[in-house]
Design a protein around this ligand. Structure first.
Ligand SMILES: O=c1[nH]c(=O)c2[nH]c(=O)[nH]c2[nH]1
Length: 302
C-alpha cells in the first residue's frame, strides 16, 4: 500500500508590480516581485482519492497575491510574505502551513542631471532580495531573508595555499589571485509569534538587508582573503553581530575561476605569474563553498 508522505502545492512565478504614487511630491516608487505560494494541510485526499473539495485552486492563489498586493504594502518583503501566508492559514481551516517565497527585483531610481528622477528606474544587475517565510497555524512565522545573484570580483587581495597536496593535486599555491563569486547569502530570524510580531519588526528588515549587503562587500573588498571558506565565515560573524534578532547566517559561494594564459608561444610574450594581465574566465567547473553559522552556545555554568 502507498500513502502520501508529504505534500504541498501552489502557484509559482507569480509576477507582480506595484507602484506607489506620492500625490504631494509627484515621486513614484515601484516594486517588482516574483512570488511562490505553496500550501500544506489536510490535502492528501486530493492526491489519493481525486477529492478536489480540499483544493484551493492555484489560480485562486495567484488572484490572492494580486489582491493582497493591492490591499497591503509589498515592502518590506518579509511583511508582505507574512501577510500573504497568514491570509491562507486563517481563511482555510484545513490549510496548516503556507510557504511563501518573494523575490524582489532591482529597479534603481535614475539620477538625471544629478537629481533623482521621480518616475524612471533601471535594472542595475541580476541581484535579487529573496524572502522565504513559513507561516504555520499556531506555530508562528519563520523567515529567512537573503541576497541572491550579487556578482563580485576582486583583482587582487586573495590567496590560496597550504591545502592538501597529494597524487591528485595539480593546483599551484598562490599568494595573489583573482577572486570572483556570485553571492547567495541568507539570514534566518528567530521565530515570530505571528503577524503582529512581524509588524513590530518592520524597520529591522531593510536595516538587516542593507547591513548584510554592506558587510558582504566591505569584507570581500578589504580582506586579504586566505580562502573563500574563511572569508565567508567572517562575513557570517559580522552579520550575526550586526543583527541580534538573527539566529543563523548562511552563504553559498561559487568560486568563479579565472585562469592564467601562457602566451609565450607568441614572440615569447610574458603573461604568467607577476606578468599575468590577460586571463580566461571559466564558466565551469567552479568551486562551490557553503556554510551556515550559528551563535555559539554560552558555556554552561559549572
Ligand atoms: O578559496 C578556495 N577554497 C577552496 O576550497 C579551493 N579549492 C580550490 O581548488 N581553490 C580553492 N579556493
Amino acid at each position: 500500500m502507498a500513502s502520501v508522505a508529504s505534500a504541498r502545492y501552489g502557484k509559482d512565478n507569480v509576477r507582480v508590480y506595484k507602484v506607489e504614487r506620492n500625490a504631494e511630491t509627484g515621486v513614484q516608487t515601484v516594486t517588482e516581485m516574483t512570488v511562490c505560494v505553496l500550501l500544506e494541510g489536510a490535502i492528501d485526499t486530493s492526491y489519493t482519492k481525486a477529492d478536489n473539495s480540499v483544493v484551493v485552486a492555484t489560480d485562486s492563489m495567484k488572484n490572492t497575491v494580486y489582491i493582497k498586493a493591492k490591499e497591503h504594502p509589498v515592502t518590506p518583503p518579509e511583511l508582505f510574505a507574512s501577510i500573504l501566508g497568514t491570509h491562507f492559514i486563517e481563511t482555510y481551516p484545513h490549510i496548516t502551513a503556507a510557504n511563501i517565497k518573494v523575490v524582489t527585483h532591482r529597479w534603481t531610481r535614475m539620477t538625471i542631471d544629478g537629481k533623482p528622477h521621480p518616475h524612471s528606474f533601471y535594472r542595475d544587475g541580476a541581484e535579487t532580495r529573496d524572502v522565504e517565510a513559513v507561516i504555520r497555524k499556531g506555530k508562528g512565522i519563520d523567515i529567512r531573508s537573503g541576497i541572491v545573484g550579487l556578482l563580485v570580483l576582486k583583482s587582487t587581495g586573495s590567496q590560496f595555499h597550504g591545502f592538501v597536496r597529494d597524487e591528485y593535486t595539480t593546483l599551484p599555491e598562490v599568494w595573489d589571485r583573482i577572486l570572483s563569486t556570485d553571492v547567495d547569502c541568507g539570514w534566518s530570524w528567530k521565530t515570530f509569534s505571528g503577524l503582529d510580531a512581524v509588524k513590530e519588526s518592520i524597520p529591522k528588515f531593510d536595516k538587516a538587508w542593507e547591513g548584510a549587503r554592506a558587510i558582504t562587500m566591505k569584507t570581500f573588498a578589504e580582506e586579504d582573503s586566505p580562502s573563500v571558506q574563511n572569508t565567508m565565515y567572517k562575513m557570517c560573524g559580522s552579520i550575526l553581530e550586526a543583527v541580534p534578532e538573527v539566529e543563523t547566517v548562511n552563504y553559498s559561494l561559487p568560486n568563479k575561476h579565472y585562469f592564467e594564459i601562457d602566451l609565450s608561444w607568441h614572440k615569447g610574450t610574458k603573461n604568467t605569474g607577476k606578468d599575468a594581465e590577460v586571463y580566461a574566465p571559466q564558466s565551469g567547473p567552479n568551486g562551490l563553498i557553503q556554510v551556515t553559522v550559528a551563535r555559539s552556545q554560552a558555556a554552561p555554568k559549572l
